[in-house]
Design a protein around this ligand. Structure first.
Ligand code: NAD
Length: 483
């Protein structure tokens, strides 16, 4: 299929001001790390070093937790909910005002297309803070009796795929409920969290309510194992989630885990095919497929599979892969060399196990980390590419004949985060959705998020919910008499 030639439309990066180095954000100020060690954060589209960021060690985590405890006990947990709301509304407004700055910085540090950081990530971040700001003085209506209490200090660890959005999902409900937080962003994407720290200063948020410690897995481990925290909120891989669950077992810490996924996107033969093709593309190529709830297994009814694949390939041939800051780009850079290696290895296993690979023609940039949008057909349920999370722009296509077979195949996974159903019949949507073991089921759409809607998984996709009042309840406890 011929594609229009588009002139380059690069978003200017002059709006962001990246410092050559960053310290840790503890007790309201940027401070040096105790060990003096730092790590580089790069632009995955060019491999250009963007900045050097302090690596927090156990002593730094200790300082951050102590600051959060003081702020919790003296200021934040005793403040009226309506007052806390004012700070959260202020943060939401500042994010909306500085949206372009956040979007450009996120695309630079993460590699995601500016079209997505500008139109999806950052607007949702502002919405999350607006939504939970509205809850801060209504905690009596969460369902935990009157005057539920915050848990205390939350230790929050987040991944690199939606750096600022994951921060918002964690920080906004925690603060609305009266907790204070120590947050560790992912090591490849710390910059928007550090810009958020500046927003906290700009909003005059009391010192110690939000603390940000940068570093890799060891920093995250020091945080979740710290005896001074009351709640662990983790989003990341299932392997690390299991290690965290083991480490907090036997303590009084509350835990929510948002882990991996291998979602089925089920297309029945009565579905509007072009609409389904858009949903499939959005389901797996949005954010380069670095999405825990990505529709990475397409289950298509056998009698429409051929036609659907022709249309899907035609649509994929129009996807523009390249410079994340170009406003025409649909698919940006893979976040790191390590992730690119993981995708390359798993897709090689797909070839070796006999599945058939197809990608559209596209020229990839010379520098940086890139992977062509890819589909595999002839996939069986036993193939690794049908079972393991690839976390990249790779779709495994399987077929089914009957609704029961679709449900059985969809549920045949250790994960259970999300699923999609495409059909013209409302009754079929309800019947199928009720049988899918997935925390979120989208009908005739995919990858839609709303702060009022709870999100989370079954089985190895974790436990607990984020978003909605369920996400708020995860940061609260009932008064003694109400239990
Ligand atoms: P990861 O588990 O390697 O890292 C996630 C975070 O945990 C990072 O900040 C990392 O530094 C930290 N970490 C690593 N080891 C740790 C340890 N032992 N103790 C404490 N913290 C530690 O995952 P990743 O590769 O960065 O992210 C991709 C994974 O995240 C995918 O599996 C994806 O499905 C999942 N994810 C899930 C959701 C969800 O909501 N369910 C959302 C986004 C990503």
């Amino acid at each position: 299929m011929s594609v229009f030639e588009y002139a380059p439309a690069p978003e200017s990066r002059s709006i962001v001001d990246i410092a050559s180095s960053y310290g840790l954000f503890i007790d309201g100020d940027f401070v040096d790390g105790t060990s003096g060690t730092s790590f580089k954060t790069i632009n995955p589209a060019t491999e250009e070093v963007l900045s050097e960021v302090s690596e927090a060690d156990a002593a730094d985590v200790d300082r951050a937790v102590a600051a959060a405890r003081r702020a919790h006990d003296k200021v934040w947990s005793t403040m009226a909910g309506a007052e806390r709301a004012k700070y959260l509304f202020r943060i939401a407004r500042i994010i909306a005002e500085r949206a372009r700055e956040f979007a450009v910085l996120e695309s630079l540090d993460n590699g995601k297309p500016i079209r997505e950081s500008r139109d999806v990530d950052v607007p949702l971040v502002a919405q999350w803070f607006f939504y939970y700001a509205g809850w801060a003085d209504k905690l009596d209506h969460v369902g935990l009796g009157v005057r539920p209490r915050p848990l205390g200090v939350a230790g929050q660890v987040i991944p690199w795929n939606f750096p600022l959005m994951m921060l918002a999902w964690k920080v906004a409900p925690a603060l609305a409920a009266g907790n204070t937080v120590v947050l560790k962003p992912a090591e490849t994407t710390p910059l928007t969290a550090l810009l958020f720290a500046e927003v906290c200063q700009q909003a005059d948020l009391p010192a110690g309510v939000v603390n940000i410690v940068t570093g890799a897995g060891a920093t995250g481990q020091a945080l979740v194992e710290h005896p001074g925290i009351d709640k662990v909120a983790f989003t990341g891989s299932t392997a690390v989630g299991k290690a965290i669950a083991r480490s907090v077992a036997g303590t009084n810490k509350q835990v929510t885990l948002e882990l991996g996924g291998k979602a089925a996107n089920i297309v029945f033969d009565d579905a509007p095919i072009d609409q389904a093709v858009e949903g499939i593309v959005n389901g797996i190529f949005f954010n380069q497929g670095h999405v825990c709830c990505a529709g990475s297994r397409l289950l298509v009814q056998e009698n429409v599979a051929e036609e659907l694949l022709v249309r899907l390939k035609a649509r994929m041939s129009t996807l523009r892969v390249g410079d994340p800051l170009d406003k025409n780009t649909d698919v940006g850079a893979i976040n790191s060399r390590e992730q690119l290696n993981r995708i390359t290895d798993l897709t090689a296993a797909g070839d070796a196990e006999g599945a058939e690979r197809w990608s559209p023609e596209c020229v990839l940039p010379d520098n940086g980390f890139w992977f062509k949008p890819t589909i595999f057909t002839g996939v069986t349920q036993a193939h690794r590419i049908a079972r393991e999370e690839i976390f990249g722009p790779v779709l495994s296509v399987l077929t089914f004949r009957t609704p029961d077979e679709a449900v059985a195949k969809a549920n045949n996974t250790p994960y259970g985060l999300s699923a999609g159903v495409w059909t013209e019949k409302g009754s079929r949507i309800l019947a199928i959705a009720g049988q899918l073991r997935a925390g979120v089921v989208w009908a005739n759409t995919f990858n839609k998020f709303d702060p009022a809607s709870p999100f989370g998984g079954y089985k190895e996709s974790g436990h607990g919910r984020e978003g909605g009042k369920q996400g708020l309840a995860a940061y609260l406890q009932a008064q003694e008499g109400d239990r």
